[in-house]
Design a binder for this molecule. Structure first.
Ligand code: IPM
Ligand code: MN
Length: 362
């Protein structure tokens, strides 16, 4: 297969983890006989530093033309004081909106060997395998009106959801559940918010079309608590934009490190794949970032954008075999394990991918 995958490294640790992920894409191409073109474009702080807007037109045009997009991270403290037209994050929010990437899949599971890496007791975290499905183009992130009053004395945002927006993400949730353990936990704040009452109503109505899937509803505060108390009880968590942003960071922490989490943002056109972690400016450029979130995003890209399931599994197996051998980046290391940097971790995963049988077993 020949396809073009646009690389958007962005800011902070973004370029390091995208370089790692690109090496895995090249290894997949060589093992399975594909040809991947990997053009690159600057967005976020990287674009602002060149005097360009956060999302230059050429980058958006290239994104529209590609088979898939692999993004590192955006966010740069040098631009924190700017208004939204000069903030790196604007690039990501604009790509999501322009490509209508309304469905954000954030799977969080405990990798064998990492049961001890997170803050929870091994007995609590064992068996955790959830999918946070986050609505990505609506809610408070995009609702109008929004702004700061001229006198600076107040500010406002708008949370708005249409039936259509809720229904299309809920459908993705039911369909994802069918490929998993057939349970959807719809998360809202229906005791307070009208948008949440509509959310609950639409999800409940749609459930009739998926009799093989069980649905429950939970308030977001209670869900946040239950993720910490009984993470293994969740299958698909279906929720709106801001709640999903918050709960997916929590899910990352409990499975060992946010650096492990991959994501896929899908709409009707090309999908965008990125690690859930941010730009982490404090550790940027030091070869210590965990590339597994980005490499796991490569697996999701192969699966969801290119329909290459065997290749996707090969990447996930390679990650699993390296972790089983005790190879760890700084965010995961506890005692006796072998501590490696970003490039070394990527090289280990690449070696396991290229020589699966030869890779040493735990
Ligand atoms: C994420 C990030 C983004 C978000 C930021 C960088 C705009 O936190 O993808 O979770 O809030 O959606
Ligand atoms: Mn986030």
């Amino acid at each position: 297969m020949r396809s073009s995958i646009l690389l958007l490294p962005g800011d902070g640790i973004g370029p390091e983890v995208v370089a790692a992920a690109a090496s895995i894409l090249r290894a997949v191409a060589s093992r399975f006989g594909h040809q991947f073109d990997l053009p690159e474009a600057a967005i976020g702080g990287a674009a602002l530093r060149r005097g360009l807007p956060p999302l230059p037109d050429e980058a958006l045009a290239a994104a529209r033309e590609s088979s898939a997009i692999l993004l590192g991270a955006v966010g740069d403290p040098a631009f924190d004081k700017g208004d939204s037209s000069r903030r790196p994050e604007t690039a990501l929010l604009a790509v999501r909106r322009e490509l209508q990437l309304y469905a954000n899949f954030r799977p969080a599971r405990v990798w064998p060997g990492l049961e001890d890496s997170g803050p929870l007791k091994q007995s609590v975290v064992a068996g955790t395998d959830m999918l946070v499905l986050r609505e990505l183009t609506g809610g408070l992130y995009y609702g109008e009106p929004r702004g700061i009053a001229a006198d600076g004395a107040s500010a406002h945002n708008t949370m708005r959801y249409s039936r259509h927006e809720i229904e299309r993400i809920a459908r993705r949730g039911f369909e994802a559940a069918r490929t998993r353990r057939k349970h959807v936990m719809s998360v809202d704040k229906a005791n307070v918010l009208e948008t949440s009452r509509l959310w609950r109503q639409v999800v409940t109505n749609l459930a009739a079309e998926y009799p093989d899937v069980t649905v429950d509803h939970m308030y977001v505060d209670s869900c946040a608590m239950k993720i910490a108390l009984a993470p293994a009880s969740f299958d698909v968590i279906l929720t709106e934009n801001l709640f999903g942003d918050i709960l997916s960071d929590e899910a990352g922490a409990i499975v060992g490190s946010l650096g492990l989490l991959p994501s896929a943002s899908l709409g009707d056109g090309p999908g965008l794949f990125e690690p859930v972690h941010g730009s982490a400016p404090d550790i940027a450029g030091r070869n210590i970032a965990n590339p597994i979130g980005a490499i796991g995003s490569v697996a999701m890209l192969l699966r969801h954008a290119l329909a290459l399931e065997t290749e996707a599994r090969a990447v996930e197996d390679a990650i699993g075999s390296v972790l089983r051998r005790g190879v760890r980046t700084a965010d995961l290391v506890d005692r006796s394990e072998q501590r490696v940097g970003t490039r070394e971790m990527a090289a280990e995963i690449e070696a396991a991918l290229l020589a699966p049988a030869a890779a040493p077993r735990a």
